[in-house]
Design a protein around this ligand. Sequence first.
Ligand code: SF4
Ligand code: SF4
Length: 310
Amino acid sequence: MFYFADAPTLLIELFTGQAAFVAYAFIVSLTATTFIFGGFMREQVCTYMCPWPRIQAAMMDEDTMTVSYRDWRGEPRAKLKESKADPSLGDCIDCNACVAVCPVGIDIREGQQLECITCALCIDACDEMMIKVGRPTGLIAYLTANDEPLERAGEPPRNMWKHLIRFRTIMYTTLWAAVGLGLLVALFVRPDIEVNVSPIRNPVFVALSDGTIRNDYDLRILNKHGEERPFHITVTSTAVDADLHVELQGIEGVIVLAPADDTYSQRVYLVADPGDPAGSRNRTEVRIWIEDMTSGDRAFVDTVFNGKAP
Ligand code: SF4
Ligand code: SF4
């Protein structure tokens, strides 16, 4: 008999090994979230989960040009036939084209809404409809809240440049430019090599028969260059009496070849020869260095060497 409680264990046994299980778990979770968010929740994700509408609303003011409906021109709305028959009706022929194209499913004729992502699809849809029925375009257009009373009173709107060049817009432009510049600088000054070390703590140290004490580490070199590079691995310590040296698992010497644009992993041994004070101390602070032998660039990572305390 199959019990649901056994499902996780069965799944793990079904797939060969932990890596395969993790891969399948990713596939299942990605498929499920894509279906739920894209097929089921759809625009609700934009409205309730995306922070952008809140950020956009916080950045706007009465002079911000945004997608708006000229209700003083469109209302009272009526179907084309009635609208043609009665000149007192507005220009909106209630065709719902603006609602049908809206990716977040709102009706802009009800006024500004938080959900609006100002994609302007409703502007195009309405203009197309107005052209078809032979009425002026711009029933839905970019407007500011401050222009609305002017238009209602039949006065011309303010010059567009007065909306665009203001303290607020200059400040936002400067801020975004500074962020962009910061990212650009970070891109150019990023180090071309990185090193990472994970001490192996099971066991904490290995005591060899001749009195040598050895600690094991997993070292990862990130080579961001487009070609393979040799790296020299060394160790230093703040403890002046320590005289540790490096040995590499499966490699003669202390030079490794890191592949282009990739991470290279290597098991590294730090060794305290018999009589080295680091071997009989509980903790010794050490720094493991890598040196790119092509460019001379260096990187380090601090860690600890554990000895056999008396
Ligand atoms: S601008 Fe885009 S999101 Fe906003 S109401 Fe129009 S179609 Fe919808
Ligand atoms: S597309 Fe224009 S005319 Fe049609 S319903 Fe929307 S506002 Fe009215």
